[in-house]
Design a protein around this ligand. Sequence first.
Ligand code: CTP
Ligand code: CA
Length: 224
Amino acid sequence: IDAALADGPLKGKHILVTSGPTHEPIDPVRYIANRSSGAQGTAIATALAALGADVTFVAGPADIAPPAGVRVVPVETAAQMLEAVQTALPADAAVFAAAVADWHVANASDSKIKKDASGLPELSFAENPDILATVSQMKTGRPGLIVGFAAETNDVIANATAKRLRKGCDWIVANDVSPETGIMGGSENAVTLISDDGAEDWPRMGKDAVATKLAARIAQVLVG
Ligand code: CTP
Ligand code: CA
């Protein structure tokens, strides 16, 4: 890590960032997943590291290269992501930008399912652990500032506000990912920051700019 960067305002602060999708196996060659490029999470980790934070970056499988100068923990499934997050704690702050699959395949097969076997496969699903909620509701050792994301296609603010209260995180970064916004898979984001103080609309800007602004806000809270 560049010495000048390591001397930024977040020097000595450990910040955990989750990013990317998770892959939940159906069999050794197939999986279910959420759409996620990992771009926003990667940009946030980069921005935090640029302010001098010691960043643990827990990353699901994505094509984007992880940032330099952070501790990268690659994972595949939601269960592995939860375990990696718990191992990485304690942290001063945590940003949960990953698009975690809500379910895993309960009857995943150890061997490749063949299409000529006995008709169509029947998949059954089981719910994944909610990593953000689990960490937000920790009785001891909870990070002082926890930031979640809410990608919604309708009733964005109402859904995200309810999500913040349900999970118990401090902030939610909400965005509208309806196909017509072009945000999914794009380089820009238009977010609303929801906290105890209410909802603050940020103008549409590059994902890197969202990350820089969010990192600055986090630094304000952690170091005043
Ligand atoms: N999240 C998580 N673990 C999960 C699911 C979600 O940590 N198993 C986190 C995401 O990283 C994000 C936030 O929770 O920061 C909101 O994710 P989202 O999918 O919008 O919330 P859900 O509670 O899964 O609700 P929905 O039914 O809308 O998918
Ligand atoms: Ca979800």
